[in-house]
Design a protein around this ligand. Structure first.
Ligand code: FPP
Ligand code: MG
Ligand code: MG
Length: 309
Protein backbone atom coordinates (compact mmCIF):
# COMPACT_ATOMS: atom_id res chain seq x y z
CA UNK A 1 0.00 0.00 0.00
CA UNK A 2 2.91 2.35 0.64
CA UNK A 3 4.05 1.81 -2.95
CA UNK A 4 0.53 2.51 -4.15
CA UNK A 5 0.44 5.78 -2.18
CA UNK A 6 3.79 6.88 -3.61
CA UNK A 7 2.72 6.08 -7.16
CA UNK A 8 -0.61 7.90 -6.70
CA UNK A 9 1.21 10.99 -5.50
CA UNK A 10 3.56 10.86 -8.51
CA UNK A 11 0.75 10.34 -10.97
CA UNK A 12 -1.31 13.38 -9.98
CA UNK A 13 1.53 15.82 -10.59
CA UNK A 14 0.52 18.25 -13.29
CA UNK A 15 2.02 21.32 -14.90
CA UNK A 16 -1.23 22.93 -13.92
CA UNK A 17 -0.43 23.19 -10.24
CA UNK A 18 -4.03 23.95 -9.38
CA UNK A 19 -5.21 20.60 -10.77
CA UNK A 20 -2.70 18.76 -8.58
CA UNK A 21 -3.96 20.66 -5.53
CA UNK A 22 -7.58 19.94 -6.40
CA UNK A 23 -6.79 16.25 -6.98
CA UNK A 24 -4.79 16.05 -3.76
CA UNK A 25 -7.70 17.52 -1.87
CA UNK A 26 -9.78 14.32 -1.78
CA UNK A 27 -6.88 11.95 -2.31
CA UNK A 28 -5.46 12.95 1.06
CA UNK A 29 -8.76 13.60 2.80
CA UNK A 30 -8.86 9.97 3.94
CA UNK A 31 -10.65 7.23 2.13
CA UNK A 32 -10.44 3.56 2.93
CA UNK A 33 -8.41 2.59 -0.18
CA UNK A 34 -10.77 -0.33 -0.36
CA UNK A 35 -10.27 -1.01 -4.09
CA UNK A 36 -6.44 -0.93 -4.21
CA UNK A 37 -6.36 -3.03 -1.05
CA UNK A 38 -8.53 -5.61 -2.79
CA UNK A 39 -6.17 -5.63 -5.79
CA UNK A 40 -3.25 -6.37 -3.47
CA UNK A 41 -5.14 -9.00 -1.52
CA UNK A 42 -6.32 -10.76 -4.67
CA UNK A 43 -2.72 -10.67 -5.93
CA UNK A 44 -1.80 -12.97 -3.03
CA UNK A 45 -3.36 -15.77 -5.11
CA UNK A 46 -0.21 -15.55 -7.26
CA UNK A 47 2.93 -13.45 -7.12
CA UNK A 48 1.97 -10.14 -5.50
CA UNK A 49 5.32 -8.62 -6.47
CA UNK A 50 4.66 -9.23 -10.17
CA UNK A 51 4.75 -6.34 -12.65
CA UNK A 52 1.47 -4.54 -12.96
CA UNK A 53 -0.02 -5.27 -9.54
CA UNK A 54 0.78 -1.87 -7.99
CA UNK A 55 -0.09 -0.07 -11.23
CA UNK A 56 -3.46 -1.83 -11.37
CA UNK A 57 -4.11 -0.85 -7.74
CA UNK A 58 -3.49 2.80 -8.69
CA UNK A 59 -5.75 2.48 -11.75
CA UNK A 60 -8.77 1.43 -9.69
CA UNK A 61 -8.21 4.05 -6.99
CA UNK A 62 -7.84 6.85 -9.58
CA UNK A 63 -10.96 5.71 -11.42
CA UNK A 64 -12.86 5.63 -8.16
CA UNK A 65 -11.55 9.04 -7.09
CA UNK A 66 -12.49 10.51 -10.48
CA UNK A 67 -16.02 9.19 -10.12
CA UNK A 68 -16.32 10.76 -6.63
CA UNK A 69 -15.53 14.26 -7.96
CA UNK A 70 -18.29 13.81 -10.53
CA UNK A 71 -20.64 12.11 -8.12
CA UNK A 72 -20.48 14.99 -5.63
CA UNK A 73 -21.43 17.41 -8.41
CA UNK A 74 -24.44 15.29 -9.40
CA UNK A 75 -25.48 14.74 -5.78
CA UNK A 76 -24.74 18.36 -4.81
CA UNK A 77 -22.81 16.93 -1.87
CA UNK A 78 -20.95 19.28 0.47
CA UNK A 79 -18.94 16.78 2.47
CA UNK A 80 -16.70 13.90 1.36
CA UNK A 81 -14.27 11.88 3.42
CA UNK A 82 -14.86 14.32 6.26
CA UNK A 83 -13.65 17.22 4.10
CA UNK A 84 -15.44 19.75 1.93
CA UNK A 85 -16.34 18.22 -1.43
CA UNK A 86 -14.48 19.80 -4.37
CA UNK A 87 -17.66 21.28 -5.85
CA UNK A 88 -18.34 22.97 -2.52
CA UNK A 89 -14.73 24.03 -1.80
CA UNK A 90 -14.30 25.40 -5.35
CA UNK A 91 -17.13 24.94 -7.85
CA UNK A 92 -18.66 22.42 -10.26
CA UNK A 93 -16.27 23.30 -13.06
CA UNK A 94 -13.20 22.56 -10.93
CA UNK A 95 -14.75 19.34 -9.62
CA UNK A 96 -15.66 18.06 -13.08
CA UNK A 97 -12.29 18.90 -14.63
CA UNK A 98 -10.41 17.37 -11.71
CA UNK A 99 -12.45 14.20 -12.18
CA UNK A 100 -11.59 14.24 -15.88
CA UNK A 101 -7.91 14.74 -15.06
CA UNK A 102 -7.88 11.78 -12.66
CA UNK A 103 -9.68 9.66 -15.17
CA UNK A 104 -7.13 10.49 -17.87
CA UNK A 105 -4.29 9.69 -15.50
CA UNK A 106 -5.92 6.36 -14.73
CA UNK A 107 -6.14 5.70 -18.49
CA UNK A 108 -2.43 6.48 -18.93
CA UNK A 109 -1.58 3.91 -16.27
CA UNK A 110 -3.96 1.35 -17.77
CA UNK A 111 -2.18 1.66 -21.11
CA UNK A 112 1.00 0.43 -19.39
CA UNK A 113 -0.83 -2.77 -18.48
CA UNK A 114 -1.48 -3.77 -22.08
CA UNK A 115 -4.39 -4.10 -24.48
CA UNK A 116 -6.41 -6.59 -22.40
CA UNK A 117 -6.34 -4.26 -19.41
CA UNK A 118 -7.46 -1.38 -21.62
CA UNK A 119 -10.40 -3.48 -22.76
CA UNK A 120 -11.32 -4.56 -19.21
CA UNK A 121 -10.98 -0.98 -17.99
CA UNK A 122 -13.19 0.33 -20.82
CA UNK A 123 -15.87 -2.29 -20.11
CA UNK A 124 -15.73 -1.49 -16.41
CA UNK A 125 -16.04 2.21 -17.10
CA UNK A 126 -19.05 1.60 -19.35
CA UNK A 127 -20.78 -0.31 -16.54
CA UNK A 128 -19.88 2.39 -14.01
CA UNK A 129 -21.30 5.17 -16.14
CA UNK A 130 -24.37 3.14 -17.17
CA UNK A 131 -25.08 2.46 -13.49
CA UNK A 132 -24.93 6.18 -12.79
CA UNK A 133 -27.12 6.99 -15.80
CA UNK A 134 -29.69 4.41 -14.68
CA UNK A 135 -29.74 6.03 -11.22
CA UNK A 136 -30.22 9.46 -12.76
CA UNK A 137 -33.02 8.28 -15.05
CA UNK A 138 -34.85 6.52 -12.23
CA UNK A 139 -36.89 3.31 -12.39
CA UNK A 140 -39.63 4.63 -14.69
CA UNK A 141 -42.38 2.03 -14.94
CA UNK A 142 -40.07 -0.79 -13.79
CA UNK A 143 -39.82 -2.36 -10.33
CA UNK A 144 -37.94 0.20 -8.17
CA UNK A 145 -36.08 -2.38 -6.07
CA UNK A 146 -34.90 -4.31 -9.12
CA UNK A 147 -33.82 -1.03 -10.71
CA UNK A 148 -31.93 -0.05 -7.57
CA UNK A 149 -30.05 -3.36 -7.46
CA UNK A 150 -29.04 -2.93 -11.12
CA UNK A 151 -27.75 0.57 -10.35
CA UNK A 152 -25.70 -0.78 -7.45
CA UNK A 153 -24.19 -3.55 -9.57
CA UNK A 154 -23.22 -1.02 -12.24
CA UNK A 155 -21.92 1.90 -10.25
CA UNK A 156 -20.12 -0.07 -7.54
CA UNK A 157 -20.06 -3.81 -8.29
CA UNK A 158 -18.27 -3.24 -11.60
CA UNK A 159 -15.11 -1.51 -10.35
CA UNK A 160 -14.73 -3.68 -7.27
CA UNK A 161 -15.11 -6.82 -9.42
CA UNK A 162 -12.39 -5.46 -11.68
CA UNK A 163 -10.16 -4.70 -8.69
CA UNK A 164 -10.25 -8.36 -7.69
CA UNK A 165 -9.77 -9.44 -11.31
CA UNK A 166 -6.70 -7.23 -11.77
CA UNK A 167 -5.09 -8.57 -8.62
CA UNK A 168 -5.49 -12.21 -9.62
CA UNK A 169 -4.63 -11.55 -13.26
CA UNK A 170 -1.45 -9.53 -12.83
CA UNK A 171 -0.21 -11.86 -10.12
CA UNK A 172 -0.49 -14.71 -12.64
CA UNK A 173 -3.30 -16.71 -11.01
CA UNK A 174 -5.22 -19.27 -13.09
CA UNK A 175 -8.24 -18.15 -15.12
CA UNK A 176 -10.47 -20.19 -12.82
CA UNK A 177 -9.23 -18.23 -9.80
CA UNK A 178 -9.42 -14.93 -11.70
CA UNK A 179 -13.07 -15.54 -12.64
CA UNK A 180 -14.06 -16.69 -9.15
CA UNK A 181 -12.41 -13.65 -7.56
CA UNK A 182 -14.12 -11.37 -10.07
CA UNK A 183 -17.50 -12.80 -9.04
CA UNK A 184 -16.43 -12.42 -5.40
CA UNK A 185 -15.54 -8.77 -6.04
CA UNK A 186 -18.89 -8.12 -7.66
CA UNK A 187 -20.68 -9.52 -4.59
CA UNK A 188 -18.68 -7.63 -2.00
CA UNK A 189 -18.95 -4.53 -4.18
CA UNK A 190 -22.72 -4.76 -4.06
CA UNK A 191 -22.65 -5.48 -0.33
CA UNK A 192 -20.37 -2.48 0.12
CA UNK A 193 -22.70 -0.08 -1.71
CA UNK A 194 -25.77 -1.44 0.09
CA UNK A 195 -24.03 -0.93 3.42
CA UNK A 196 -23.00 2.56 2.30
CA UNK A 197 -26.64 3.35 1.60
CA UNK A 198 -27.64 1.97 4.99
CA UNK A 199 -24.94 4.06 6.67
CA UNK A 200 -26.27 7.15 4.88
CA UNK A 201 -29.38 6.68 7.03
CA UNK A 202 -27.90 5.10 10.16
CA UNK A 203 -24.65 6.90 10.91
CA UNK A 204 -23.78 10.43 11.91
CA UNK A 205 -21.38 12.69 10.00
CA UNK A 206 -18.55 11.92 12.42
CA UNK A 207 -18.66 8.22 11.58
CA UNK A 208 -19.19 8.40 7.80
CA UNK A 209 -17.46 11.67 6.88
CA UNK A 210 -20.55 12.58 4.87
CA UNK A 211 -23.72 14.48 5.67
CA UNK A 212 -26.27 11.95 7.00
CA UNK A 213 -29.52 11.46 5.12
CA UNK A 214 -28.14 12.97 1.89
CA UNK A 215 -29.88 10.40 -0.31
CA UNK A 216 -33.15 11.00 1.50
CA UNK A 217 -32.84 14.75 1.08
CA UNK A 218 -32.02 14.42 -2.62
CA UNK A 219 -34.91 11.99 -3.17
CA UNK A 220 -32.52 9.17 -4.19
CA UNK A 221 -34.39 5.98 -3.30
CA UNK A 222 -31.99 3.58 -1.62
CA UNK A 223 -32.55 0.16 -0.08
CA UNK A 224 -33.91 1.16 3.38
CA UNK A 225 -36.41 3.56 1.78
CA UNK A 226 -37.46 1.10 -0.93
CA UNK A 227 -38.10 -1.58 1.67
CA UNK A 228 -39.95 0.81 4.02
CA UNK A 229 -42.15 1.93 1.14
CA UNK A 230 -43.43 -1.64 0.77
CA UNK A 231 -44.95 -1.55 4.26
CA UNK A 232 -48.72 -1.85 4.64
CA UNK A 233 -48.58 -1.38 8.43
CA UNK A 234 -50.86 1.55 9.40
CA UNK A 235 -48.25 2.57 12.00
CA UNK A 236 -46.03 3.55 9.07
CA UNK A 237 -48.53 6.01 7.61
CA UNK A 238 -46.57 9.10 8.67
CA UNK A 239 -43.25 7.78 7.33
CA UNK A 240 -44.84 6.80 4.00
CA UNK A 241 -46.43 10.23 3.76
CA UNK A 242 -43.08 11.93 4.46
CA UNK A 243 -41.34 9.81 1.83
CA UNK A 244 -43.63 11.38 -0.76
CA UNK A 245 -42.72 14.90 0.42
CA UNK A 246 -39.94 17.24 -0.62
CA UNK A 247 -37.37 16.39 2.04
CA UNK A 248 -35.12 19.35 1.36
CA UNK A 249 -37.16 20.92 4.16
CA UNK A 250 -34.97 20.54 7.30
CA UNK A 251 -37.66 19.63 9.81
CA UNK A 252 -39.44 17.16 7.48
CA UNK A 253 -36.06 15.65 6.65
CA UNK A 254 -35.16 15.22 10.33
CA UNK A 255 -38.51 13.60 11.08
CA UNK A 256 -38.26 11.19 8.14
CA UNK A 257 -34.70 10.26 9.08
CA UNK A 258 -35.73 9.57 12.68
CA UNK A 259 -38.68 7.36 11.67
CA UNK A 260 -36.65 5.50 9.07
CA UNK A 261 -33.83 4.78 11.53
CA UNK A 262 -36.32 3.09 13.85
CA UNK A 263 -38.04 1.12 11.08
CA UNK A 264 -37.69 -2.69 10.58
CA UNK A 265 -36.66 -1.92 6.97
CA UNK A 266 -33.19 -1.16 8.39
CA UNK A 267 -32.78 -4.74 9.62
CA UNK A 268 -34.18 -6.09 6.38
CA UNK A 269 -31.72 -3.96 4.41
CA UNK A 270 -28.87 -5.35 6.51
CA UNK A 271 -29.96 -8.87 5.59
CA UNK A 272 -29.37 -7.98 1.90
CA UNK A 273 -25.78 -7.11 2.83
CA UNK A 274 -25.32 -10.35 4.80
CA UNK A 275 -26.65 -12.40 1.90
CA UNK A 276 -24.16 -10.93 -0.57
CA UNK A 277 -21.26 -11.26 1.84
CA UNK A 278 -22.15 -14.94 2.36
CA UNK A 279 -22.32 -15.53 -1.42
CA UNK A 280 -18.93 -13.86 -1.80
CA UNK A 281 -17.36 -16.11 0.84
CA UNK A 282 -18.83 -19.17 -0.87
CA UNK A 283 -16.96 -18.25 -4.06
CA UNK A 284 -13.65 -18.51 -2.21
CA UNK A 285 -13.88 -22.31 -2.16
CA UNK A 286 -11.83 -22.13 -5.37
CA UNK A 287 -8.85 -21.31 -3.12
CA UNK A 288 -7.09 -23.88 -0.89
CA UNK A 289 -8.87 -24.35 2.40
CA UNK A 290 -7.02 -22.60 5.23
CA UNK A 291 -4.64 -20.74 2.91
CA UNK A 292 -3.71 -17.25 4.20
CA UNK A 293 -5.15 -15.55 1.10
CA UNK A 294 -8.48 -17.31 1.46
CA UNK A 295 -8.64 -16.39 5.13
CA UNK A 296 -7.83 -12.77 4.32
CA UNK A 297 -10.44 -12.50 1.56
CA UNK A 298 -12.93 -14.22 3.82
CA UNK A 299 -12.24 -11.69 6.58
CA UNK A 300 -12.53 -8.88 4.05
CA UNK A 301 -16.08 -10.00 3.12
CA UNK A 302 -16.89 -10.39 6.80
CA UNK A 303 -15.70 -6.85 7.48
CA UNK A 304 -18.23 -5.42 5.03
CA UNK A 305 -21.00 -7.46 6.59
CA UNK A 306 -20.26 -6.15 10.10
CA UNK A 307 -19.83 -2.51 8.94
CA UNK A 308 -23.55 -1.94 9.27
CA UNK A 309 -24.40 -4.66 11.77
C1 FPP B 1 -21.11 6.93 -5.43
O1 FPP B 1 -22.44 6.65 -5.19
C2 FPP B 1 -20.85 6.98 -6.92
C3 FPP B 1 -20.29 5.98 -7.63
C4 FPP B 1 -19.88 4.74 -6.97
C5 FPP B 1 -20.04 6.07 -9.10
C6 FPP B 1 -20.56 7.27 -9.80
C7 FPP B 1 -20.19 7.22 -11.25
C8 FPP B 1 -20.02 8.33 -12.00
C9 FPP B 1 -20.13 9.68 -11.40
C10 FPP B 1 -19.68 8.22 -13.44
C11 FPP B 1 -18.19 8.04 -13.63
C12 FPP B 1 -17.39 9.23 -13.98
C13 FPP B 1 -15.98 9.25 -14.00
C14 FPP B 1 -15.20 10.38 -14.57
C15 FPP B 1 -15.18 8.09 -13.50
P1 FPP B 1 -23.26 7.45 -4.08
O2 FPP B 1 -23.53 8.84 -4.53
O3 FPP B 1 -24.45 6.61 -3.81
O4 FPP B 1 -22.29 7.36 -2.81
P2 FPP B 1 -21.70 8.46 -1.83
O5 FPP B 1 -22.53 8.32 -0.59
O6 FPP B 1 -20.28 8.01 -1.59
O7 FPP B 1 -21.79 9.80 -2.44
MG1 MG C 1 -22.94 10.66 -3.80
MG1 MG D 1 -24.41 9.46 -6.35
Amino acid sequence: MAEVEDELERVIQSEARFVTDAARHLMHAGGKRFRPLLVLLAAETGDPAADGVVTAACVVELTHLASLYHDDVMDEAELRRGAESANHRWDNLVAILTGDFLFSKSSELTARLGADAVRIQAETFTRLVEGQILETLGPGEGDPLEHYLRVVAGKTGSLIATSARYGARFAGASLEVEDALTAYGEKIGEAFQLSDDILDVASDAEESGKTPGTDLREGVLTLPVLLAKRSTDPADARLLELLEEDLTDDSLHAEALRLLRAHPAMAEARSYVQERAAEARELLTVLPDGSPVREALDAFAELIAVRTA
